[in-house]
Design a protein around this ligand. Structure first.
Ligand code: SF4
Length: 457
């Protein structure tokens, strides 16, 4: 089955799953309430968005300069910087680091880039246990699933679902409260942090002027994952660069307000290098892997390149009526929702993922909420055009649109057949495309123009 057919099948099924719908509705309503409080803290959020968008556009104009500056500055403090053109190269680099350091246990803070390159699978293939330390990621890992959402990985699970999962996997009481479950995970993870050989993080921002890596999180797990292990690996997409550390004063609150509604995320760490001689904790070795994996394909495209300004706040997912209906897993990609639909055809190929360009109502809500003003709907439309130009749409659709254009181009063509015949013509759509849960609306027996003429005679 093609990815497109699978997407349609899964979307059809999940759209009518009432439990899924009510869990997502509940969790997004809590997010909406928090975000409206977060926005109210701003005197002028629009001004902050304009500034952030301008900084990110400057980055895209001077991308090479800032990346080289970052590499030079951080290398001076003993950090090894590796460049990976794709997931396979990043995987080879990680395999080498794990093998050299005889890693048997790896602790990982939340990072979508590591999902992109399937780091957990790589570690396990080498006999190294890989443990997610973000609570949401820990839950989906225990469930044998992937993150459902780029910011809140277990958004599709209710507290009852999680209590049941923990009861099955760990024998904790079936009626455990969120506090009890969190405490349980805390105890499990403490042992993992102190015995792991390698800690892995992503990067929210790569800071060019000081050569720093900014990681923002709410649980302290990112800090713990890097304090004890002797090796710290950072895996970061090359678009995460910002020119100056002082710009974090703008980006930290903007990311927090749009991501979770917070004023600022609880833990904001800037990593600048391995442990120094007079320091008591931190890694002995630090490696930064700068991952391309299709990002330069986005950059090459004069219409889509602005999508590289994304700071992964997740706001466009939570605002999207399609995401809220079909959920994160239906996309079957690392990045879902509007930004995922925009990026994935470039990251993983138009032939397999161009159908995502059509997974949008183009209502524009995603553009409205985006803190860095990415024209998501314009890019989705341009991706649709590319899909047609590359002949990736079904032939039947092409002929259908040609037929529709011919019929609707003239009133006389539209009125040529009766309403009854039109109903017979559109009847097959009840079985193909329109779906079994809906009926095609009936045409009136006489067209509007005929009815109007009769009335005004
Ligand atoms: S596209 Fe905009 S709204 Fe969506 S995740 Fe990126 S920064 Fe946030």
């Amino acid at each position: 089955m093609s990815n497109s057919a699978k997407f349609t099948r899964d979307a059809e099924a999940i759209s009518f799953d009432e439990k899924h719908r009510s869990t997502i509705k509940f969790n997004i309503s809590r997010y909406d309430a928090a975000v409206s409080k977060g926005m109210a803290r701003y005197k002028n959020v629009e001004e902050a968005k304009i500034k952030a968008a301008a900084i990110k556009r400057d980055v895209l104009q001077n991308w090479d300069k800032y990346l080289i500056q970052f590499e030079e500055t951080i290398s001076k403090r003993g950090v090894q910087v590796l460049w990976a053109k794709d997931a396979a190269e990043a995987t080879r680099q990680i395999e080498q680091i794990l093998t050299e350091n005889q890693a048997r246990l790896l602790v990982k803070s939340k990072s979508m880039t590591t999902e992109e390159i399937e780091l957990n699978e790589t570690a396990e293939r080498l006999g190294c246990e890989s443990v997610e330390t973000d609570l949401g990621e820990f839950i989906v890992q225990v469930a044998g699933e992937r993150p459902y959402h780029i910011v809140t990985p277990a958004m599709h699970k209710s507290k009852g679902d999680i209590a049941k999962l923990f009861n099955e996997k760990f024998g904790t009481p079936i009626d455990s409260t969120p506090e009890e479950m969190t405490e349980y995970v805390r105890q499990v993870l403490r042992k993992k942090y102190t015995t792991a050989q390698v800690g892995v993080t992503g990067a929210n921002f790569l800071i060019a002027d000081i050569g720093g890596i900014s990681v923002t999180e709410n649980e302290g797990n990112g800090l713990m994952s890097t304090a004890f292990p002797k090796v710290h690996i950072v895996i970061a997409g090359i678009e995460k660069i910002i020119p100056e550390m002082k710009q974090l004063g703008l980006f930290y609150p903007l990311l927090a307000a749009h991501g979770t509604g917070q004023q600022i995320t609880a833990y904001n760490t800037i990593f600048t290098g391995p442990r120094k001689a007079n320091e008591v904790d931190g890694p002995e070795k630090m490696v930064v892997i700068l991952l391309d994996n299709g990002r330069t394909n986005v950059y090459d495209d004069s219409e889509a390149y602005e999508a590289l300004a994304c700071i992964r706040c997740g706001a466009c997912l939570n605002a999207c009526p399609v995401y809220k209906t079909i959920g994160g897993y239906t996309y079957d990609t690392t990045y879902s929702g509007p930004i995922g639909s925009v990026l994935t055809p470039f990251l993983r190929g138009f032939s397999d993922f161009s159908h995502l360009s059509f997974a949008s109502t183009l209502c524009g809500k995603c553009v409205e909420v985006c803190p860095v003003k990415i024209p998501l709907t314009d890019i989705l439309l341009s991706n649709r055009r590319k899909t047609v130009e590359q002949n990736l749409r079904p032939m039947a659709e092409k002929w259908l649109i040609k037929g529709f254009r011919l019929i609707s181009s003239k009133r006389s063509n539209l009125d040529f057949v009766s309403g009854q015949l039109k109903n017979i013509g559109t009847y097959p759509f009840n079985f193909y495309g329109w779906g079994p849960k809906r009926d095609m609306p009936d045409f009136a027996s006489k067209s509007f123009s005929k009815q109007y003429k009769n009335k005004t005679k």
